[in-house]
Write a protein that binds this ligand. Sequence first.
Ligand code: PMV
Length: 337
Amino acid sequence: MLDPLVRNFAFSYAPGKIILVGEHAVLYGAKAIAMPLDQGIRVAVSQKGLKDSGGPLIKGVGPFFMGETFLNRQKKGPKVLELALEYLTRVFKAYNENVAIIIDGSLPPGCGLGSSAALSVALIRATYRFMGESLGDETLHEHVLALETIFHGRPSGIDHTVVIDGRTIAYRLFGEKAQANPIAIARELSLVVVISGPHNGTKNAVQSLSERMRRQNSAYRRIFTDLDHIASEMEQALITGQLSSVGELMNIAQGYLNALSLSTEHIEKLCVIAREHGALGAKLTGAGGGGAVIALCEGHEQAVLNAYRSMGYQSFIATVPKEPIVSTLIDTKTPVS
Ligand code: PMV
């Protein structure tokens, strides 16, 4: 028998993501490849009543997410949640003093693993469900783009597109328009993800790169063209299941990211450790300057994980599934027990 309160919950889930190749370059017209992860964010929107708090509240209970932080009008929480709550309150009349949001997840925030996109997607889906309204793809994209723009300034859209699609995509911008083509990967990818440390935010990373690029425009353009070719080669290797090629191309892409000053000493060290312990390839993912490193492990997961953990790094095994992650099957009006 469910608690009566539980019946007023609307639930949603969205996966995190990695960028396998093309971060930053995508903003300058290069092809990028993004993949969903089997780690994500769950959101529940409900009538207030579980806890006594003055206003909409957000509680994080995930292993990485927000600890026991409560966000309401008195207490400040993480910036992304604060901004998201402001948006929801402004845009949706349903958000009032009686609404509570509960967030849970297994994605470390602010590391380039799509936590803000997953949060945005799950929040909007749960909100519509809570209001009892249907949500079309176009409206979902509009809300999530608005949220991502608040968080990141000028997003390419790759993060939330892969999070909404739930499958591997090749993504390219044509001016204001974007093209996302699904890639049928031959095999699932088994990764070790390690957090190199905090980074300075996607917005700042994108801004600093554009300043460096003003000084070395043609050199940067050549690198973006090369990364574009690497993305096409990787796409073929993913389709044919040649994972050793995927790994080698990841290593080459990492070299270019270093050349673009997006890597750090820690990131380089973590890539070397992964390769030394049997990984097929390793690179940073997302904005860089810190954040997550991904290592394609294929059988060497435990060795790589142990090496990272013995050095005190937060790391975990994650999978890119072969089949799309269909969030509608995971989303539910009632909790999954
Ligand atoms: O927010 P992150 O760390 O996943 O980075 C997104 C990738 C960038 O290319 C750096 C920015 C963008 O909007 O594409």
